[in-house]
Write a protein that binds this ligand. Structure first.
Ligand SMILES: [Zn+2]
Length: 206
C-alpha cells in the first residue's frame, strides 16, 4: 500500500529496494536519475533571501509567504501544479522502536500539500534556514517525482537525494558537492558527510 504522505527526517538514508517488480523498476529509475534541469535563479533566490529573513525574525506569516512563493516559482518553472505549503510550529517526534526522529516536513501524495515545521521538537528553537530550505526542496522534489517525472511512489533513492541537493544549492546559491554514499549491510545507502565535504564543489549542471 502506498504511503499517504512522505515524511522527512534528516537521516539521509535511502529507502530499501522494494520487492514488487513494478516498484523496483520505479525505484531503479529514480536511483539512476541524478540530474535535474534547474529553473532560472531569479526570482527564486530573492524569495529564498526573504525566507531567510522571515526565519531570522521568527515570523510565521512571512515564512509562509516566502515558502509559498518559492513553491509557486518552482512549479511555474517546471510547468506543474502549485503545491500549497503549510507552516507548522514545533516538530512532532517520530518515535519508532529504535529511535525518536524529529519530523522536518512532509508531502501528501494525494493533496500535494507540503507541511514544514518551524521549530525543533524539544527545545522549540527555530529551524535553521539551511535545514528549512533543504526540507522545502526535498518535499518539492517529491511533488516533481509524482506530477512530472513519472515516479508516483517517489522513493528516497540516491538519485532523489541528489536531485533535491541540486535544487537546494541552486535556490540557496551555494556550491553543490558530489554526494558520497556508503552502502549499509541491508543494501540501503547513507550519505557519508565527512567524505562528501572533503570533495571539491561541483559546477551546477544546468
Ligand atoms: Zn522525503
Amino acid at each position: 500500500m502506498p504511503l499517504a504522505a512522505h515524511k522527512h527526517i534528516l537521516a539521509m538514508i535511502t529507502d530499501k529496494v522494494p520487492r514488487k517488480a513494478a516498484h523496483k523498476k520505479e525505484y531503479l529509475q529514480s536511483d539512476e536519475l541524478r540530474i535535474l534541469q534547474l529553473p532560472p535563479a531569479e526570482p527564486l533566490r530573492a524569495h529564498a533571501r526573504a525566507l531567510e529573513e522571515a526565519l531570522s525574525k521568527d515570523s510565521r506569516t512571512d515564512v509562509k509567504l516566502a515558502s509559498n512563493a518559492i513553491a509557486a516559482t518552482l512549479a511555474k518553472a517546471f510547468d506543474v501544479k502549485v503545491p500549497a505549503v503549510r507552516i507548522l510550529g514545533a516538530r512532532p517526534l517520530e518515535v519508532t522502536e529504535t529511535s525518536a526522529d524529529e519530523l522536518f516536513g512532509d508531502y501528501d501524495l494525494e493533496t500535494a500539500l507540503i507541511r514544514l515545521w518551524m521549530r525543533t521538537a524539544l527545545k522549540k528553537k527555530p529551524t535553521s534556514y539551511g535545514t528549512f530550505l533543504s526540507t522545502l526542496c526535498h518535499e518539492f522534489c517529491h511533488h516533481l517525482d509524482v506530477v512530472k517525472l513519472g515516479l508516483p511512489n517517489t522513493f528516497h533513492t540516491r538519485g532523489f537525494y541528489e536531485r533535491a541537493g541540486l535544487l537546494y544549492h541552486h535556490v540557496r546559491n551555494t556550491p553543490v558537492r558530489q554526494l558520497v554514499w556508503t552502502e549499509q549491510s541491508d543494501g540501503t545507502f547513507r550519505i557519508n558527510w565527512p567524505e562528501t565535504m572533503r570533495g571539491r564543489p561541483l559546477q551546477p549542471l544546468a
